[in-house]
Design a protein around this ligand. Structure first.
Ligand code: SF4
Ligand code: SF4
Length: 352
């Protein structure tokens, strides 16, 4: 991001252009890679409605919360939505069984800290401005706004893709009750005739291009699902412990434009769960799991969720030692773990 020079005018309110320059300068100062601006006009509800109506959102009906569709419902007098981009790609990391974004510190905390610093500086330099900030779990569908703000497009794999660093990026959003200049134009779609992601999905989670059926997506199943993994998805899910990157690893925009992150907290931290062997995960107790996952995305599915996923992986791998470790979980207190242990044992027997 090129940082425009900015000097606040003494004792005069900022113009819309000065405000745009200020937010761009602050975005660079706190370490975001890019920023774009869109007018805070309501989003078209139809794609969100259809997604929920067709049951593709699994149990995430909050996606259709009407406050998410109109920034004026989260900030009275909303005029502008600013979206900030931060890349997390680490070229030293090979594809593995934990999604790339989840091998370091929790990105919510990393992006939220940057956003808080930016807001503090903005409120000091543009007195009276009111803002609402969001990172993923707030009330802004950041990907839709990022496309509107000219930063990239939502690809056929449902991920947000930029032309400068592919899709290994995370987004933060800020609604302002002030105008900025200039607003960016919505970004066009550069997927073209490519269908690589559609063919790469292990669980056939794309009912059509651009739409991911959360119920079939490994990311949803391994992280958000608190119950048993459905039988017809167990095999496809068994190569992932947390999340899934298969439809991003094959994307040509990532092959050509992935850019190393300058944010050290995205790198895997020593002693983290990302390199723990499967055998060790199957014997790790809840207390140790909580300690080692604290402050990382792996805290979200909790010990029982990751144990369930690890059991499926053990079943797919097979072997008498793993079978013995799976057997030990047949009477686990959580039904999803018992279900995975039983599947894993059957799978090992079938293989053996
Ligand atoms: S994240 Fe994995 S399971 Fe989900 S759509 Fe992409 S390839 Fe399919
Ligand atoms: S793999 Fe191809 S179709 Fe899929 S998101 Fe990337 S460019 Fe688009």
């Amino acid at each position: 991001m090129t940082t425009p020079p900015f000097s606040p005018p003494p004792d005069r309110p900022l113009s819309a252009r000065q405000r745009g320059d200020l937010v761009r300068a602050l975005a660079a100062e706190v370490g975001f890679d890019d920023v774009g601006f869109a007018r805070a006009e309501p989003l078209d509800p139809e794609p969100f409605d259809r997604f929920v109506r067709e049951g593709l959102s699994a149990d995430m009906d909050w996606l259709r919360d009407e406050r998410r569709l109109d920034p004026a419902k989260v900030l009275e007098g909303a005029r502008t939505v600013a979206i900030f981009v931060k890349g997390y790609y680490d070229p030293n990391q090979r594809p593995g069984w934990i999604a790339r974004y989840a091998r370091g510190a929790d990105y919510h905390n990393i992006l939220m800290r940057k956003l808080r610093r930016l807001r503090r500086r903005l409120h000091a330099l543009d007195p009276g401005v009111r803002t609402y900030g969001s990172v993923d779990f707030g009330l802004l569908p950041e990907k839709a706004w990022a496309q509107r703000a000219g930063l990239g497009w939502i690809g056929k794999n449902g991920c947000f893709i930029t032309r400068t660093q592919g899709s290994w990026v995370l987004l933060a959003g800020l609604v302002l009750d002030r105008e900025v200049e200039p607003y960016d134009r919505p970004h066009e779609d550069f997927c073209g005739t490519c269908t690589r992601c559609q063919s790469a999905c292990p669980t056939d989670a794309f009912p059509r291009p651009y739409v991911v059926d959360a119920r079939r997506c490994i990311s949803y199943q391994t992280i958000e699902n608190r119950g048993a993994i459905p039988d017809d998805l167990k095999e496809g899910t068994s190569s992932w412990l947390f999340g899934c990157d298969d439809c991003q690893e094959v994307c040509p925009w990532n092959e050509r434009f992935a850019r190393p992150t300058d944010e050290a907290r995205f790198h895997p931290r020593p002693g983290g769960l990302w390199d723990v062997p499967l055998e060790r995960l199957l014997t790790m107790d809840e207390v140790e799991y909580e300690e080692r996952s604290r402050g990382t995305p792996l805290a979200r599915p909790k010990h029982f969720g990751v144990l369930r996923n690890a059991l499926l992986a053990a079943g797919a791998r097979g072997g008498s030692e793993l079978a013995r470790l799976c057997e030990a979980h047949l009477d686990h207190p959580h039904p999803a773990v018992r279900d995975a242990a039983a599947w894993a044992l059957q799978r090992v027997v079938r293989k053996g």
